[in-house]
Ligand binder design. Structure first.
Ligand SMILES: Cc1cc2nc3c(=O)[nH]c(=O)nc-3n(C[C@H](O)[C@H](O)[C@H](O)COP(=O)(O)OP(=O)(O)OC[C@H]3O[C@@H](n4cnc5c(N)ncnc54)[C@H](O)[C@@H]3O)c2cc1C
Length: 552
């Protein structure tokens, strides 16, 4: 039977698009199969904030940030904490990826028209020792145009290849099985789903109207992770993070269903580190949801006070933006799956950013005029104000007693005692006026303001939380929000998948989140942020180039 293409790519998300563009540009024929409609091309990356981990970039240097491969690798290894036999390939991928981020990543993207917002963000700041978790310096480079700005060059390349006949899209084609002949993966089969004009990101019909079989010399699985499938998230939840949360909201569309991971595993591929995942603790329920249980992650600046469900302040160094999994672990240890930010109007207007392309119309729309308003500090960005007004997790009051009363009513647990919370806020407020400072969060605020980027758009001038001039007071109920799958299919540096017999499975490649962003989990336990899109770029590129080279 003649092949339908040289390579089949399962998934038209970022990893799949990158791989397909590379294959077509190498002169080979490629088919991209996706269960969603054409309107969803780009997958999760379209919705993303477009934050990219880059090392020693011109943007960093312009802001006086001294970064290097060695410092970034130290940070990466401190965060990853590789400690398993299965970490052999993930660790090799990590080293290669940090070199990519310190080397050709920016130039490669730039040559395709990608641009970066000039103020570099500082995510996952850690707070342990120099070998512990976290970014020693700001490294989170926001793409001009956010997620769509990252997808655009690869969609353009793919569309060009489509126009010249080297690339074919098969939308609404859901892969249900891989075919294997004489030990080599050589095709896919599955169901054709009915056409559905549903808006991008919304759940689409699963009604089957036909079936299909496609053959090629190789198949690249780029089907994303499991974050939209809460059953799978709970099933894989690691005991080290406590019990799986009873209530979770979804940071990803429903098509991030993990189904293809099971199908590929059933074909013999080796899935490793499935218990490693990256979920956020600053999730808020979207008042205008697109996908089921739609939640948005707050990208917080350093000043909000953070309380657990019982009203105890989170311990140092678990301040906003420091250590996502440390916070998740602590919150789950309280026996409740939510926590609270308490802040002021002055903090929200300078420090709250929301992760997602649709929540940042200024950056997504590439409007310098709108973006410049972030520095003038006249009010919070409109999407944040909209959440403040309409979001069920936001409470705004003029005094603490009313705030605590409303927080108790919202949670329904009545765990918060006014005097207890007040004592902690007043103690912290006293440290604001103390030039020596023993409160580590207040020290961090002073430290953050030494960085011009934070001072300009991310860190409010230190002030007392209970100072009415900075009011009103705001409380935000924070939910656990599912997002990224850190484990995946074990792959070598060419993205070739290992089988359960520890040998390469001929014809099978994996890229993006399905491959743990490379190797089966190049992040180890933790991420430095902005590393997921980059992981899709790097592993998609490696997979595409290797599969094209191998195709006769
Ligand atoms: C709101 C949001 C903000 C984010 N912000 C950032 C950020 O700032 N920086 C960062 O680095 N990362 C960020 N991320 C993460 C990043 O966007 C994702 O990890 C990445 O885009 C995953 O890409 P992927 O190609 O591996 O998978 P996906 O984008 O999930 O694409 C997989 C595709 O495969 C298809 N598919 C699945 N199964 C099948 C099947 N059986 N048959 C056919 N097709 C199938 C799906 O329909 C989908 O189109 C964010 C994510 C979200 C949702």
């Amino acid at each position: 039977m003649a092949d339908d293409a040289d390579v089949i790519v399962v998934g038209g998300g970022l990893a799949g698009l990158v791989a397909a563009a590379e294959i077509a540009d190498a002169g080979k024929r490629v088919i991209v199969v996706d269960q969603e409609g054409e309107q969803s091309l780009g997958g999760q990356a379209f919705w993303s904030f477009g934050g990219l981990f880059l090392v020693d970039s011109p943007e960093q240097r312009r802001l006086g940030i001294k970064d290097s491969f060695d410092l970034a690798l130290q940070d990466w290894m401190g965060s990853a904490g590789f400690d398993r036999d299965e970490d052999l390939w993930p660790k090799r991928w990590a080293e290669a990826y940090v070199a990519f981020a310190a080397g050709e990543k920016r130039g490669w993207l730039r040559a395709m028209g990608h641009r970066i917002f000039p103020v570099v963000g500082w995510a996952e700041r850690g707070g342990y020792d120099a070998m512990g978790h976290g970014n020693s310096v700001p490294r989170f480079h926001v793409s001009w145009g956010t997620g769509p700005g990252v997808v655009e060059p690869f969609e353009r390349r793919a569309r060009q290849a489509q126009a010249n006949g080297r690339l074919t899209f098969k939308f609404r084609h859901r892969v249900d099985a891989l075919s294997i002949t004489d030990g080599a993966v050589d095709g896919v089969s599955g169901a054709i789903l009915e056409a559905d004009p549903v808006e991008r990101g919304k759940s689409s019909s699963r009604k089957v109207v036909g079936d299909f079989t496609l053959r090629a010399q190789a198949v690249i699985v780029a089907s994303g992770g499991i974050g939209g499938n809460h059953d799978l998230v709970r099933q894989n939840w690691p005991k080290r993070l406590g019990e799986a949360p009873k209530n979770m909201i979804s940071g990803v569309p429903e098509h991030v269903d993990g189904r293809m991971i099971g199908i590929t595993e059933a074909a013999g591929a080796r899935l490793i580190n499935r218990d490693r995942m990256w979920h956020y603790v600053e999730g808020i329920r979207n008042w205008s949801p697109i996908w089921p249980r739609h939640g948005i992650r707050i990208l917080p600046g350093p000043s909000s006070m953070w309380f657990d469900a019982t009203g105890t302040r989170l311990p140092s160094p678990l301040f906003p933006g420091s250590d996502t999994l440390g916070q998740l672990h602590y919150i789950m240890s309280t026996g409740y799956d939510y926590s609270w930010f308490v802040l002021t109007q002055s903090i929200i207007k300078k420090e709250f950013a929301l992760s997602g392309s649709e929540q940042n119309p200024d950056l997504t729309g590439k409007s310098w005029l709108m973006t410049a308003r972030r520095t003038t500090n006249k009010g919070a960005p409109a999407p944040v104000e909209a959440f403040k007004t309409h979001g069920v997790d936001f409470i705004v009051r003029d005094n603490l007693a009313d705030l605590i009363g409303a927080m108790n009513a919202l949670s329904g647990d009545s765990l918060l005692k006014l005097e207890y919370v007040k004592a902690q806020i007043e103690a912290r407020d006293r440290e604001i006026e103390n030039p020596y400072v023993k409160d580590t969060q207040v020290m961090n605020i002073h430290n953050a303001r030494k960085y011009i980027g934070d001072r300009l758009i991310r860190t409010a001038k230190p002030h007392r939380i209970l100072d009415p001039l900075h009011g009103p007071l705001i409380a935000v109920k924070l939910n656990i929000l599912t997002r990224k799958t850190l484990g995946g299919f074990e792959t070598d540096l060419d993205s070739r998948v290992f089988g359960n017999d520890r040998k390469i499975m001929p014809g099978l490649y994996a890229a993006g989140e399905a491959a743990g962003f490379g190797g089966g989990g190049m992040h180890g336990y933790r991420s430095l942020e902005g590393t997921f899109l980059g992981g899709c770029l790097f592993s998609g590129r490696n997979a595409g180039r290797a599969a094209a080279k191998a195709a006769g």
